[in-house]
Design a binder for this molecule. Sequence first.
Ligand code: ATP
Length: 548
Amino acid sequence: MVSAIEMSIPKFIQYFIDDVLPARDYEQFGILLLILAALFVISIILAAARKRVERILQEKPAMDVLRAMLEQLRYLGLSYYEKNAAGSTLSLFKEEVNQLQHIYRRYFPSLIHQGIMLLISTSLLVQTNAYLSLIIIPCFLSYYLVGPYFEKKATIWARESQSRRTQANQQLYNSFSAFLELRAFGAQKWDTQRLIEQFTFMQRANNIQNWFAYSRGTVRRVTIGLGALAMFWFGIGMVQSGELTVGAFIAFSLLYTRVIRLLTSMVTLTTEQRLTIIQTEKLYLFMKEQAEVKQPTAPIKLHEVKGELSFYNVTFAYPGRDPIIEQFNLEVTSGMKVALVGKSGNGKSTLTKLIGRFYDPQDGEIYLDGIALRQFDLTNLRDHVGFVFQEAFLYGDTVRANIAFACDDPTEEQIVEAAKAAYAHDFIMELPQGYDTVVGERGIKLSGGQKQRIAIARLFLRMPKVLVLDEATSALDNVSEYEVKKALEALMENCTTITVAHRLSTVQDYDQIVVVDQGRNAEQGTYEELIARGGLFYQLLKGESEHE
Ligand SMILES: Nc1ncnc2c1ncn2[C@@H]1O[C@H](COP(=O)(O)OP(=O)(O)OP(=O)(O)O)[C@@H](O)[C@H]1O
């Protein structure tokens, strides 16, 4: 309706010039003005309603897309994070989603709107003068033949510039993350140089894209101009010979500009849309990607487990790599404390990822309480297995939120109890706002040991039956290590514990020590047994003391 009202204006002008003016019919003129004013008001109201509908149509799918992407990220799990740089995932959320939104925000509504306008205006144009309307055909054809070349180039370069922007952002992200190292090594100049090169590279693509976009605009303007020349040439001749009235000629010229603009703009839209759809390919592939680890069809949920773990002939390789874990066997009874030791790169951390089912072994099986991990409901399994990593991550939020985040609405008492158990309560109370102090990136910085104790407090809230510690204390100094160790010991009391240990001096109290060598369980026993055996463990220990 809005389109129809907009399009009727030239016909009103024609009627006014050809009928109302010669007859000097001022009453008619008044009525005409009233109708125009009414139509104008209606079109304003309708246009506002259109904007409202468009906004709803724009915002709702944007939320749906975001939600679907976040769910997909969760579904893909750790292997996706390990395979893809954080910067490229960020760009997926920003740029690719933007492209997708472009399709339904700009292209679909514009195509519908312009399509209707085109239909109405073309029929009015033909109705005004069919013969003169024929000039549209050569004008449109010449644009149709030349225009898309520039369209495509402009869009391809837009795509190139986008991919270069992603790379530049990625580099910027790396640069922020490595700030300390860059400073320490006096490499800031080197880094700035690399960043500037990357951004210049991006800018070059931008310039080329702008040039093609400008050329496209020029082709369009030339086409419209040539058509207008032809229209004046033939039109004025027809007015002189009386075949066309002055009003009809003016209406025609107004309609002509509309039609040719609409036609060229629709060519632009469809070409751009085709290329934009290609641009969203990465997003499409991301949404179609299959997770390495899938939820079983009939998942088993256990309210409580004993914490018995067994590895049976486990063989695992990261995608596209040689096996890291080979024929690994291990029995861990409930409450046992097992340390995994061995040279760097032999697969200790990988074993812990298999326990949390962040990856599935290609061969063999891992069982918890006699049930294969693959059969467990994923969330339920992770409720029973708790992790403490080398460095704890804290959200830019309050201490309270950082302790509570992995639990459903714990009470204040539970949070404080957990913090006390993790030897974190005292230092939390000394913070400016206690549990309400904002920590993490945008708040107060805590020491490595304090962060670890907050991470341990999280686990006290969940009380997992299997505890996996991946070098949880290796990044700490002696004092912090002592406090974190106390917290861990309290947590370990009722758990089966698997620890990846770097320093062999820390594993003396463990029930079993497993030497992981080239992905195999090469040697196993208590500290004393392994020393007495004089094998791999003994050599590792000797190597370590020689080092010291
Ligand atoms: N996500 C991954 N994708 C591909 N290869 C990986 C991945 N993670 C680790 N690796 C490789 O697997 C091997 C074993 O790594 P892992 O971290 O399990 O060893 P580790 O014994 O824990 O070593 P460290 O004591 O140094 O931590 C290494 O060669 C490593 O490069």
